[in-house]
Design a protein around this ligand. Sequence first.
Ligand code: SAM
Length: 280
Amino acid sequence: MSQIDSLPALREVIAANDLSARKSLGQNFLLDLNLTAKIARQAGPLDGCDILEIGPGPGGLTRGLLAEGARFVLAIEKDRRCLTALHQISNAYPERLTVLEGDALSIDPLQYLTPPIKVAANLPYNIGTELLIRWLTPPQWPPFWTSLTLMFQREVADRIVAQPGSKAYGRLALLAQWRCDPQIVMSLPPEAFTPPPKISSAVVHFTALPAPRFPADPKVLERVIAMAFNQRRKMLRSALKGLGPDIEDRLVAAGLKPTERAEQVSLEGFCNLARQIQRT
Ligand code: SAM
């Protein structure tokens, strides 16, 4: 196994800083630096890019990102027990790592970052989906980031890349695939983490497309998708009846059958429908 940097091994860092993992913070640490460097490489070339990392913990992925050449990393960590270890990394890579202590859901990172910006993280499972939805539904497109390279529970990764007709297909797949190209690029067994979680994990790489695959107003599309999948077992004509008395006509005008169910409708079908709903 090759050394990626001259800092202490992560097991030593964890012992020295008493970083026993806390379930409430979604702490499942990656201690193999060759593995974290491999995850960092999934984000593509890092030189010339700023990286936003959520939840660096003891710094395994942070060290991978820096060793792989990231121009600058902004790391946001809620657990202050991790700060000493993270400051040691910052000293080893002068001017290239800033650590903010706090909740990633309430910190605006943009003032610290210079484009091009990539996001890379082994996300805490309890806020992973919420952060992803925020990154996928910004006020403007293209977003502040050019790519996201994110570790999720395998079940969430499967929902992101799911295709129509599958149980996993729903809001997450549609939001992700409308304006990005999401791909599962690595699978990790529970034993890759300390402590091991109950289930497998996967890294998903999202490339932001310059424009949506099909035209639609984001707010209308999000509303249609949310309503359709809220009652996914129902036919579209009843799941969507709150959208107006003429919903059947609009479904037909969008090229959809009113008797279809949400999980059979393609991304293009939902975008057609969003345009029909917007028509006055
Ligand atoms: N990146 C490290 C690794 O790969 O070993 C740790 C990943 S661990 C799955 C998730 C990390 O997110 C933990 O360090 C945890 O303390 C941190 N965290 C949990 N909730 C957070 C929040 N709301 N904001 C920022 N960090 C959070």
